[in-house]
Design a protein around this ligand. Structure first.
Ligand SMILES: [Zn+2]
Length: 221
């Protein structure tokens, strides 16, 4: 929502920086210790870069700048308390907003911490329901989705540097071994998140596990 991409701006900003420091660079190359830089020229250059930057970013920062939303800007449908009904904004697939009306309303409510409409009072697990609970309830799918996203991303990166990378491999069954920690998974079909060979030591396997994350990125308490 109105955030520019540093990756797309980096090349232009690098050229700006080179141009801005060119007179200083020339003086250093010429080993000129007495010369002075005209600060008014530098200030003028900075102003021009800033103006060009703002003009260049304007289209990217107005994803809804098309005829339909311009019409709505002139005639916003306001609710009783005067706030603009965000549900009237057209979702725009070409800009990466691939949500339908209901998903868009829910996404805005979640983003701003507003109540989500139509949420049942009680979850199927029996707990009182809330937007936060729907994200963290183990009966829902979001816990698994977040866990699997991190697992698959980590595995894809490990594949670039390690051999024999697999996800969710089954561990060897226990034959009466005693494990030091009580939290150790001793189930017959116990699995680990990722297995990769050659991570710490050449040829040796390393097993990776992660506990999954809360929607805000914190570890579960
Ligand atoms: Zn629940």
């Amino acid at each position: 929502m109105g955030i520019t991409s540093p990756e797309k701006m980096a090349e232009v900003e690098n050229l700006n920086s080179i141009n801005l420091t060119r007179s200083l660079t020339d003086m250093i190359i010429a080993q000129d210790a007495q010369g002075e830089i005209d600060q008014s020229v530098i200030a003028e250059q900075k102003k021009r870069f800033s103006r060009d930057r703002q003009q260049g970013q304007r289209p990217a920062l107005n994803p809804f700048d098309h005829p339909a939303s311009r019409h709505r800007e002139k005639n916003p449908h306001r609710t009783g308390d005067g706030s603009v009904q965000l549900a009237n904004i057209t979702t725009n697939q070409s800009k990466g907003f691939n949500l339908n009306k209901q998903e868009f309303v829910d996404a805005v409510a979640l983003r701003y911490g507003w109540p989500v409409e139509g949420l049942p009072n009680t979850c199927v697990c029996g707990s009182p329901n809330s937007a936060d609970h729907t994200m963290t309830c183990k009966k829902g799918g979001f816990v698994c989705i977040r866990h699997d996203e991190v697992r698959d991303l980590t595995a894809s990166m490990l594949k670039e540097v390690c051999h024999d990378v697999s996800t969710e491999p089954t561990l060897l069954p226990l034959d009466g071994e005693l494990l030091r920690y009580r939290t150790a998974n001793t189930a017959p079909e116990a699995r680990v998140d990722i297995c990769a060979r050659g991570f710490w030591t050449r040829g040796q396997r390393t097993l990776f596990g992660h506990p999954g994350l809360r929607p805000d990125g914190r570890l579960p308490s």
